[in-house]
Design a protein around this ligand. Structure first.
Ligand code: IPD
Ligand code: CA
Ligand code: CA
Length: 276
């Protein structure tokens, strides 16, 4: 496990927020919820978790900026550092009592993500990575899977939902990926999906229409586990575009090709004029 001062600060903040989240999950049916948009709920637990993270990180690293899901951007005096915070990733699971959600905190320094912490409070699984220091799950060093034959590979994804994402494009992508792989999973927390790739549980993952707080931490965790991550077009602009393709080197390369080909819409043939 990495024990640098930065990781200690991040882990302390995340563990503090997780205590409240775990308690609230136990009482999920009594939580007050408000609608943020179609199918997109924000719970009281979510806001409390963000508050705890904000206070702890602002105190430990005064001046750093913040990009948070609920409060949005808080500019810092120190322009080179920005925290990307998702206080509850997997809100829909949480509200439905499905125990698959996480807290995700990533740190950007000079436009590069340099550290990430993702915590799954239900499984008590803590993922940490710092650039150049490796990635860990609790005390175990992480390594992406070594599978190269897509026919053996398990691929995670995100599924667009009411009012979000390009549904026809996703259906084309899913058709292409499911035809080539051992299985596709939609687990419901983007941060944990990236960690599943880092831990070698899944061989690849893709999703579009995300925000930097969903993926900043997970991206550095995958990379430090020896994995590859790009945006959905195979480029470097992951956080800006909010799209991600991750995997071990060969699976990630194959996924880029498959998804690119699936994204191309072949125009419907013009019907031949009738003989009559
Ligand atoms: C969501 C989760 C989910 C992904 C959604 C995200 P939230 O985040 O990461 O897996 O498919 O697109 O919005 O809303 O639970 O923080
Ligand atoms: Ca969230
Ligand atoms: Ca999220």
């Amino acid at each position: 496990m990495i024990r640098t001062p930065l990781i200690t600060v991040m882990v302390d903040a995340v563990m503090k927020a997780a205590r409240g989240l775990k308690r609230d999950f136990g009482e999920v049916e009594n939580l007050q919820v408000s609608r943020k948009g179609p199918s997109d709920f924000v719970s009281a637990a979510d806001r409390k978790s963000e508050e705890v993270l904000y206070e702890a990180l602002a105190k430990a690293r005064p001046g750093y900026g913040f990009k948070m899901e609920e409060r949005g951007i808080v500019e810092g005096a120190d322009k080179s550092h920005v925290w990307h915070i998702d206080p509850l990733d997997g809100t829909t699971n949480f509200l439905h009592g499905i125990p698959q959600f996480s807290i995700s905190v990533g740190l950007e320094r000079d436009r590069q993500i340099v550290a990430g912490v993702v915590y799954d409070p239900i499984k008590d699984e803590l993922y940490v990575a710092e650039r150049g220091q490796g990635a860990f799950l609790n005390n175990r060093r992480l390594r992406v899977s070594a599978r190269t034959d897509l026919a053996d590979c398990l691929i995670a994804c995100g599924v667009p939902f009411l009012g979000h994402g390009n549904h026809p494009e996703f259906l084309r992508e899913l058709a292409a990926v499911m035809a080539r792989t051992a299985g596709v999973r939609r687990m419901g927390s983007a941060a944990l999906d990236l960690c599943a790739v880092a831990a070698g549980r899944c061989d690849g993952y893709w999703e579009r229409n995300l925000s930097s707080h969903d993926i900043a931490a997970g991206v550095v965790i995958v990379r430090e586990a020896g994995g590859f991550v790009s945006d959905a077009d195979g480029g470097e602009r992951i956080l800006e575009k909010g799209s991600v393709i991750a995997g071990n080197e060969s699976v990630q390369r194959e996924l880029i090709k498959i998804l690119k080909a699936a994204g191309k819409v072949t125009p419907a043939p013009t019907p031949a004029p009738s003989a009559e």
